[in-house]
Design a protein around this ligand. Structure first.
Ligand code: C5P
Length: 227
């Protein structure tokens, strides 16, 4: 299991300072919507300059018509990031089109599909998708797997079930991780490290428990010693 640290601090300099503090660790860094919209490729280049071994996950969760998603995925694949994601609910055709387009890219990044956002509880999810989370997550994961996508973003609660219905090798990345039972914030389906391990999660994403702590390095060290 790998640790992916969410660089969700408000300012460019703060995210860079956090990455510098974590320079020595073998970790993934997640660049989100806000940072990428504001800082663009500069943040990717800066993070790789701090430590070329850092792996970067660009979390933009694409959702658009298939051709636009494929065009954008091709551009992302050439940015030098190691992983990015799209919404599975954009549909099977969109996922097929994206993966087909990436065939032309040498050394493409890992592509993940988002099943259900971890901020949804059962009621708010059903208000949008009209089915329960498990049923839809399973269907989204199956569609993604059949499109040749590498894995899914899901909650730790769905990871094992998704692997059972696709393949053990189909990767799962779980946000909403509270490594040692910290406050959930706006996340509804949170899990700790032990649970994520039992559920065979490949990547845990941790944001606030790291960057809101007094000593992010110590928290990362403690997490890594458990992985
Ligand atoms: O601070 P926290 O650990 O809750 O951060 C979780 C990160 O994972 C945030 O950047 C959030 O946008 C992201 N994320 C999520 N749920 C998803 C996909 C991404 O919480 N389904």
């Amino acid at each position: 299991m790998k640790l992916c640290v969410a660089l969700d601090l408000p300012e460019f300099e703060q995210n860079i300072a956090l990455a510098r503090e974590l320079k020595e660790f073998d970790i993934w860094l997640k660049v989100g919507f806000r940072s990428y919209i504001r800082d663009g490729k500069k943040i990717i280049d800066e993070l790789k300059a701090i430590n070329p071994e850092f792996k970067i996950f660009l979390d933009l969760k694409l959702y658009d018509i298939p051709n636009t998603m494929a065009d954008t995925s091709e551009v992302i694949a050439k940015l030098g990031v190691d992983m990015f994601n799209i919404h599975a609910s954009s549909g099977k055709i969109a996922m097929d089109t994206v993966m087909k387009r990436l065939e032309c890219v040498e050394k493409r990044p890992i592509v993940l599909a988002v099943t259900a956002l971890t901020s949804f509880d059962e009621d708010s999810f059903q208000a949008v998708y009209e089915k329960d989370i498990d049923t839809k997550a399973k269907q989204f994961a199956k569609d993604a797997y059949e499109s040749g996508i590498d894995g899914v973003v899901c909650s730790a609660y769905e990871s094992h079930m998704i692997k059972t219905h696709t393949s053990e090798k189909f990767m799962t990345l779980a946000p909403g991780i509270r490594p040692f039972g910290e406050s959930a914030g706006d996340q509804k389906r949170v899990a700790d490290i032990g649970f994520a391990q039992e559920e065979l999660v490949d990547f845990i994403v941790v944001g606030r428990p790291i960057y809101q702590s007094e000593n992010p390095r110590e928290v990362v060290k403690k997490i890594i010693s458990r992985l």
